[in-house]
Design a protein around this ligand. Sequence first.
Ligand code: PMP
Length: 359
Amino acid sequence: MSPVSPLVQRLVRPEIQALHAYHVPDSRGFIKLDAMENPYPLPQGLRDEIATLVSAAPINLYPDPSPAALKRKIAELLSLPEGMEVLLGNGSDELIQLLALAVNQPGATLLAVEPSFVMYRMIATFIGMRYVGVPLRDDFSLDLSATLEAIRREQPALVFLAYPNNPTGNLFSADEVHQIIVASPGLVVVDEAYYAFASDSFVPHLARYPNLLVMRTFSKLGMAGLRLGFLAGSSDWLQQLDKLRLPYNVGVLPQLVAGKLLEHHEVLLAQAAQIKFDRVKLFDRLSRIAGVQVYASEANFLLFRIENATAVFNGLKQRGILIKNLNGGHPMLTDCLRVTVGAPDENDRFIAALQEIVA
Ligand code: PMP
């Protein structure tokens, strides 16, 4: 890294200077199992339809700032309870930022459990918001009494719970999440990024709690490249958040392509079903490798612990397979690696390489 000039050093907030940029490794040429992407291409017929749509797209014009038809389609697919609406984001990362910006009054706190999605903490830092992390139990389940106690003590304006959690993959106890929502004086956002692979959702409970919003993304369902996420909840909340949204946050092409893909939602759901099926197989094969401890997952990835994880990670990389090294990121993730469930041949290559490394 080049030394920081005195001008930059004087003007940029110290907490930003202390940050490391969110690291995205160069994945060219690798079997890419690091970022929970859907490995499957779309059927040719659908690709052709998209090509026709895109060729006629009015990219000389700004996008529809609030695409009603796309939002209606999402609400319909979700069976959103009466009176609930959706707000679209440029990925759900953008929505995390909007939420934090909206409630960041002086002294306001953002609370999340740990380890969880790193963006909750990072965005709090970006905007100068106080952050409190509550450790999960050793098995990565919620520590309910510690979480309720932290909520009582800290009175957080905003709580994020990833359901299923990333990077651990497990689905927290629904009953405990309900208790957290009830006990929270502030807004609770249940982040369902991995909903397509999970057995439960808080969408049906939206009307029951005035302090609940559900956030989802289409990234894991085969649209990571489009950058489209959404918040579902009452218009009371969404109208306020909408004021903070930068105009035209979702481009013409993502709107068009996502609209078309959601007309063919069953194609994406069938891919997700295949991934869930392969997750069970991968879990089984991983857990049979000596020295590997795999954690139960309701997402499209598996977290596992293995001695000398960083050496294993590098060994996989040398063999052309890129996964995520979590060793050193959080004390509870020592010697942990995370692998996305890929296509069957990718999973085979990963297992074969891992077996070779530990042999
Ligand atoms: N929430 C969770 C729990 C995630 O794991 C991710 C992606 N890794 C996101 C949100 C962000 O997804 P995106 O910005 O692609 O919508």
